[in-house]
Ligand binder design. Structure first.
Ligand code: AN7
Length: 404
C-alpha cells in the first residue's frame, strides 16, 4: 500500500526512499530496516489539544500515520507517571518518576505501536498478521488482531515465554507456533517466511508503523511533566522501543515544541547485552550474541534488529547503554513492588537496576524517568520470594493472636 501523504519511508542503511510498504518491511535495495519520516511540523497547540485527551495514543493523530476514526483501538496510552515516594529519596534523586506502561490494555507498551500497525495492516488488506515474540508482542498482537477480525500467528521461543503472556495469546485466539530455539531464530524464520508469502504481514518492531505509535510515550512524558526530563532509563531487547522513544523526543525538539532532549539510557540484562557491549567498546556496530540468557525473558535477545536505530538514539541523545545482572533486576523488581506499589515484570525492572548503578553520575536536581514497560502479573515470581507459606487462622481469636 502507498505510504500515507505527508510521510516518507526511508532505509536506515542506504537511505533509499520508498513509495509503498515493502513485504517484511525491509529495504529492497540493501535489506536494512526502514523508518517513517514526517514532513509536517505540528505546533504544541495542535499536538496537545485538550479536547483530544481521551483518545490517548490517537490524540497525537496529527503526528501519527493513520486516521483515528479508522483505528483498531483499545484506548491504549495515557498511562500514569507517578513520582517516586521512596526510592528517589534513597538514591538522592528527588525528581524520579515511573512511567507505568503495564497499565496499557494488554499490560505492556506494545499496545501503543500495535494500534497503529494493526490499523495499517487492516487498511492494507492483510490477512494473517505474524510476529516472533518473547511474549508481550504476541499478547498485544493477539488482542488487536481479534478486534480487527484478522488472523494472528505468533512464533515463540519454546519454553521461554512467561505464562501470563502465553495465556493472553491463547485467550485472544492467536495461532501459536513454537521454535525450538531462542527469539532471534524465531524472528529470523518469521522475517524469511513473510518475505516469501503475500498472505503474511509482519508485526515485529521493524514494522515502522509500530514505532510511530510507541513514540507517543515521549509526547506523554513531556505533557505530564510539563518539561523535558534530563534522563530516561528503559530496557532494551530488540531495540525498537529505544528507537521509538528517541524519535518522539527528537521530533518534539525538531518541531520547536521543546528546546532539549533527554539522555536515553538503554539497560540490558548482562546475559543478553550486545548493545551495551558495543557502547562500552565505543563501536558503531552491534555484534550479535549466540546464546543470550537472562531471567528477564522479555529481553532475552542476542541479535537486536533495530541496533542501528538504537545506537543513533544513544549517540544523538548523549546517553548510554549498560548491562545489569539478573540479581540486580530481581532486587529492583522487588523494590518497585514493595516500596512504590508498582508491580512490573522482570525486564521492566532493569531500568531501576541501571539507575542504581549510575546514580552518582546524575545530578540531584535532575528529572529522571524510568519507563516500566510491562505488568508484574505476566511473569512468575522467583522461587525464593514465594517460600514463605501463609499462616493459617481458624477463628477470630487466633487471627488476632497472629496479627498482634
Ligand atoms: C516488558 O514481546 O521483544 O527493545 O517480542 O516485553 O523494543 O524489544 C518484548 C520486548 C522491554 C524490550 N520490556 O523492548 C517481544 C519483545 C518488555 C518487553 C522490551 C520488551 P524492545
Amino acid at each position: 500500500m502507498k505510504v500515507p501523504d505527508g510521510w516518507t519511508l526511508a532505509c536506515v542503511g542506504c537511505g533509499r526512499k520508498l513509495h509503498s510498504d515493502p513485504g517484511a518491511f525491509t529495504c529492497p535495495n540493501c535489506g536494512d530496516i526502514l523508518e517513517l519520516l514526517f514532513s509536517g511540523r505540528p505546533s504544541a497547540d495542535e499536538l496537545f489539544k485538550p479536547k483530544n485527551a481521551s483518545l490517548r495514543v490517537w490524540r497525537y493523530a496529527r503526528a501519527i500515520p493513520g486516521e483515528p476514526s479508522k483505528a483498531v483501538t483499545l484506548n491504549e496510552g495515557g498511562t500514569p507517571l507517578p513520582k517516586s515516594v521512596s526510592l528517589g529519596r534513597e538514591l538522592g534523586l528527588p525528581n524520579l518518576f515511573f512511567k507505568v506502561e503495564g497499565q496499557n490494555p494488554t499490560g505492556s507498551f506494545k499496545d501503543r505501536g500495535m494500534t497503529v500497525a494493526v490499523s495499517r495492516a487492516r487498511e492494507s488488506g492483510a490477512k494473517v498478521l505474524v510476529c516472533a515474540s518473547t511474549g508481550n508482542t504476541a499478547a498485544s498482537l493477539a488482542a488487536y488482531a481479534a478486534r480487527a477480525d484478522l488472523k494472528a500467528a505468533v512464533i515463540l521461543p519454546s519454553g521461554k515465554v512467561a505464562t501470563g503472556k502465553l495465556a493472553q495469546a491463547i485467550a485472544h485466539g492467536a495461532r501459536l507456533i513454537q521454535v525450538d530455539d531462542g527469539f532471534d531464530r524465531a524472528l529470523e524464520l518469521t522475517v524469511k517466511a513473510v518475505a516469501e508469502s503475500d498472505e503474511l504481514y509482519l508485526m515485529n518492531s521493524i514494522n515502522p508503523y509500530r514505532i510511530e505509535g510507541q513514540k507517543t510515550v515521549a509526547f506523554e512524558i513531556y505533557e505530564q511533566l510539563q518539561r523535558v526530563p534530563d534522563y530516561v532509563f528503559l530496557p532494551v531487547g530488540n531495540a525498537g522501543n529505544i528507537s521509538a522513544v528517541w524519535k518522539g523526543f527528537k521530533e518534539l525538539r525538531d518541531w520547536g515544541v521543546t528546546a532539549s532532549v533527554p539522555r536515553l539510557v538503554g539497560v540490558q540484562a548482562a546475559g543478553a547485552s550486545p548493545v551495551a557491549e558495543a557502547f562500552e567498546r565505543g563501536s558503531r556496530k552491534v555484534r550479535p550474541w549466540r546464546s543470550p540468557e537472562t531471567v528477564a525473558s522479555a529481553i532475552r535477545i542476542g541479535n537486536p534488529m533495530s541496533w542501528k536505530k538504537a545506537l543513533r538514539a544513544i549517540e544523538g541523545s548523549g546517553g548510554r547503554a549498560m548491562a545489569v545482572s539478573d540479581e540486580e533486576i530481581l532486587q529492583a523488581r522487588r523494590e518497585l513492588a514493595s516500596r512504590e506499589g508498582v508491580f512490573v515484570e522482570n525486564a521492566s525492572a532493569a531500568p531501576l537496576a541501571g539507575l542504581r548503578r549510575v546514580k552518582e553520575e546524575i545530578g540531584r536536581d535532575s528529572t529522571v524517568v524510568c519507563i516500566l514497560t510491562g505488568h508484574g502479573l505476566k511473569d512468575k515470581l522467583p522461587a525464593s520470594w514465594t517460600r514463605t507459606r501463609p499462616q493459617v487462622a481458624t477463628g477470630a481469636k487466633e487471627l488476632v493472636k497472629l496479627l498482634t
